[in-house]
Design a protein around this ligand. Structure first.
Ligand SMILES: [Zn+2]
Length: 62
Protein backbone atom coordinates (compact mmCIF):
# COMPACT_ATOMS: atom_id res chain seq x y z
CA UNK A 1 0.00 0.00 0.00
CA UNK A 2 1.97 3.06 -1.16
CA UNK A 3 -0.68 5.49 0.14
CA UNK A 4 0.19 4.70 3.75
CA UNK A 5 3.78 5.86 3.15
CA UNK A 6 2.52 9.26 1.98
CA UNK A 7 2.93 11.20 5.21
CA UNK A 8 2.08 14.86 5.76
CA UNK A 9 5.74 15.88 5.80
CA UNK A 10 6.22 14.09 2.50
CA UNK A 11 3.36 16.06 1.00
CA UNK A 12 4.77 19.36 2.31
CA UNK A 13 8.18 18.47 0.88
CA UNK A 14 6.56 17.61 -2.45
CA UNK A 15 4.61 20.88 -2.44
CA UNK A 16 7.78 22.85 -1.72
CA UNK A 17 9.58 21.33 -4.67
CA UNK A 18 6.64 21.64 -7.07
CA UNK A 19 5.64 25.25 -6.21
CA UNK A 20 7.67 27.60 -8.39
CA UNK A 21 8.97 30.96 -7.14
CA UNK A 22 6.56 32.67 -9.51
CA UNK A 23 3.58 30.90 -8.00
CA UNK A 24 4.91 31.61 -4.51
CA UNK A 25 5.25 35.30 -5.41
CA UNK A 26 1.74 35.41 -6.79
CA UNK A 27 0.47 33.71 -3.65
CA UNK A 28 2.17 36.25 -1.41
CA UNK A 29 0.81 39.05 -3.60
CA UNK A 30 -2.68 37.62 -3.24
CA UNK A 31 -2.35 37.43 0.55
CA UNK A 32 -1.04 40.99 0.72
CA UNK A 33 -3.88 42.21 -1.50
CA UNK A 34 -6.47 40.36 0.60
CA UNK A 35 -5.10 41.92 3.82
CA UNK A 36 -5.08 45.34 2.16
CA UNK A 37 -8.73 45.00 1.10
CA UNK A 38 -9.64 43.72 4.56
CA UNK A 39 -8.10 46.82 6.19
CA UNK A 40 -9.84 49.13 3.72
CA UNK A 41 -13.17 47.36 4.21
CA UNK A 42 -12.97 47.64 8.01
CA UNK A 43 -11.56 51.18 8.20
CA UNK A 44 -14.96 52.95 7.79
CA UNK A 45 -16.46 50.71 10.45
CA UNK A 46 -13.66 51.56 12.88
CA UNK A 47 -14.01 55.24 12.02
CA UNK A 48 -17.77 55.07 12.59
CA UNK A 49 -17.34 53.33 15.93
CA UNK A 50 -14.81 55.93 17.11
CA UNK A 51 -17.08 58.73 15.91
CA UNK A 52 -20.05 57.31 17.80
CA UNK A 53 -17.82 56.84 20.82
CA UNK A 54 -16.87 60.51 20.82
CA UNK A 55 -20.56 61.50 20.77
CA UNK A 56 -21.28 59.11 23.65
CA UNK A 57 -18.41 60.73 25.57
CA UNK A 58 -20.04 64.12 24.99
CA UNK A 59 -17.51 65.42 22.47
CA UNK A 60 -19.52 67.50 20.00
CA UNK A 61 -16.71 69.46 18.35
CA UNK A 62 -14.61 67.04 16.33
ZN1 LIG B 1 -20.32 63.52 14.84
Amino acid sequence: MPATNDTVSDRIAAARTTVSPTRLGLGLLGVTLALFLLVFAQEPLVHEAMHDGRHVAGVVCH
